[in-house]
Write a protein that binds this ligand. Structure first.
Ligand code: XMP
Length: 526
């Protein structure tokens, strides 16, 4: 197949699965699992239009779970056109109940609500969904309702003690349904079931790889940009780095990259970033030193949201001025990821309305700028971006960087941001980082850093009394930053970090370790 601009659209070349969102907390996880099986998929609201779905041309549909009961007045129902498409369907939990309800079966409240582990005692292993599996099989249940009468044409293909219809199928119409959740890790062979559905039932081959993504995206960007010019704000994070490398591969030096040093970076970060950019980008990166601009903008500001607002605004102005010097530019490259797209589009989702923190991704789109956007990663999950980064030859140091907030150290200094306080935090933070990495824990901990608190406490050093700053250490484990737990760092390591900080960082005489999970706390302190 010719991937290099033969005029064939990306959509037409790939095999794809549509995941219909009925409101489950696991919908994104289903999509990630499908991608892990190397099959492209996209989330759609449960009531996606027939036209939109047909244009996507899926090889199969997966109906997610959801919190509703099919008999709720507001329950999301199955649209008839999903079935009319004639493609294989896999319903999961509520997706199964919605299928049963629609197709003339019966759904009732289970005698006992079932949350947690269960065992499939019988499985019809002649069903392609369970090929190369056998009972007993541990699975994860999470439901109040269950199917009590099969729709015509269906038969039971798995049962557990509490769920006689733990799985059902109409193999003629290629419709399959599971009462349990194959996408969660607590269903150990769930991936095998999903793979069976994708490969044996939908006929997918696993064409979605980092290599195929790079080839297709590079061709698309080339066609889109032609001879025009693009700019990209690099932050040093994995998303903007991978986006820039992809676009550069497509259009070479028609791309200009800008790195803004906003004074809120970690120790040695600006120099190290510039060095790394030099290793994987051929075109030079423009370094804009805007340290004083940012520090002035932040003078006397203590409110976290006001800090973010000022940093966002200053960034836009600095970026505008830097671009004006480059000359006319038509495109702005952004490292937007699929979860950002899903969250802003909100298919079938009622996103939590409370704004916890305004997230300014430094490099965000200035409202009054007249660029078109190139967002080459808007189809990808974070782990896929990392794979693409590797495919493009980016160093592991970038591909595996821990997330760092756009407003940088400003949200880790509680109270006013000054040059002196930044210096204190940088020195403490460098010790935290160095020690955790030296202990070989860098990979398994999601984020680790220091916070400069506004507290002072009494201490004794040598023969003298001190009255100095308290530094907090934060280290968390997480999958996606939506939830997090504090990392159980070894006591000796914590001791060493505390000891080094009070001995080596002037003005600090006490170190505390933050042992709060998210929720109820957040990862950053501001
Ligand atoms: P919280 O503190 O909300 O953070 O638990 C979740 C993740 O987001 C990062 N974070 C930010 N990233 N701009 C960003 O680009 C921000 O203003 C911001 N605030 C928090 C945080 O480091 C964590 O990974």
């Amino acid at each position: 197949m010719d991937e290099q601009g033969s005029g064939t659209s990306f959509a037409a070349m790939r095999e794809a699965i549509a995941v219909l969102d009925f409101g489950s907390q696991y919908t994104q996880l289903i999509a990630r699992r499908v991608r892990e099986c190397r099959v492209y998929c996209r989330l759609f609201p449960y009531d996606v239009s027939a036209e939109e779905l047909a244009a996507f041309a899926p090889a199969g549909l997966i109906l997610s779970g959801g919190p509703a009961s099919v008999y709720d007045p507001q329950a999301p129902h199955l649209s008839a056109h999903l079935l009319a498409l004639g493609k294989p369907i896999l319903g999961i939990c509520y997706g199964m109940q919605a299928l049963a309800h629609h197709l003339g079966g019966q759904v009732s409240a289970a005698a006992r609500r079932e949350y947690g582990p269960a065992t499939l005692d019988t499985m019809d292993t002649s069903s392609p969904l369970f090929a190369r599996l056998q009972a007993p099989q541990p699975v994860w249940m999470s439901h109040g309702d269950q199917v009590t009468l099969l729709p015509p044409g269906f038969k039971i293909i798995a049962s557990s003690i509490n769920s006689p219809v733990a799985a059902m199928a109409d193999s003629q119409r290629r419709i399959y349904a599971l009462q349990f959740h194959p996408e969660v890790v607590h269903t150990p062979r769930g991936m095998k079931m999903l793979r069976n559905f994708l490969y044996r039932i939908c006929g997918c081959q696993g064409l979605w790889t980092a290599g195929s993504f790079v080839a297709q995206t590079v061709a698309q960007i080339k066609a889109q940009v032609g001879a025009k010019r693009a700019i990209c704000a690099l932050s040093g994070g994995v998303d903007s780095s991978v986006a820039a490398a992809l676009v550069e591969r497509a259009i070479g030096d028609q791309l200009t990259c800008i790195f803004v040093d906003h004074a809120l970076l970690r120790q040695g970060e600006a120099a190290r970033n510039m060095q790394l950019f030099g290793q994987y980008l051929r075109t030079p990166v423009i370094l804009v030193n805007a340290q004083q601009r940012f520090l002035q903008a932040l003078a006397h500001v203590v409110d976290p949201e006001e800090k973010r607002r000022r940093i966002g605004e200053t960034f836009i102005r600095v970026f505008e001025e830097a671009t004006a010097e480059i000359g006319p530019v038509d495109y702005l490259v952004q490292g937007t990821l699929y979860p950002d797209v899903i969250e802003s589009a909100g298919p079938g989702k009622s996103k939590s309305a409370a704004r916890i923190k305004t997230h300014h991704n430094v490099g965000g789109l200035p409202a009054d700028m007249t660029f078109s956007l190139i967002e080459p990663l808007r189809d990808l999950f974070k782990d896929e971006v990392r794979e693409v980064g590797r495919e493009l030859g980016l160093p592991e140091e970038i591909v595996h960087r821990q997330p760092f907030p756009g407003p940088g150290l400003a949200v880790r200094i509680i109270g006013e941001v000054t040059e002196e306080r930044l210096a204190t935090l940088r020195a403490a933070d460098a010790i935290v980082t160095t020690e955790i990495e030296a202990a070989g824990l860098g990979r398994e901990i999601w984020q680790y850093f220091a916070i400069l608190t506004p507290l002072k406490s009494v201490g004794v050093m040598g023969d003298g009394r001190t009255y100095s700053h308290v530094v907090a250490v934060r280290a968390v484990t997480s999958q996606d930053a939506m939830t997090a737990d504090w990392a159980r760092l070894p006591y000796d390591l914590l001791g060493k970090i505390a000891n080094r900080i009070v001995n080596e960082v002037p003005g600090v005489n006490r170190v505390v370790y933050d042992i709060t999970s998210k929720p109820p706390a957040t990862i950053e302190w501001e």
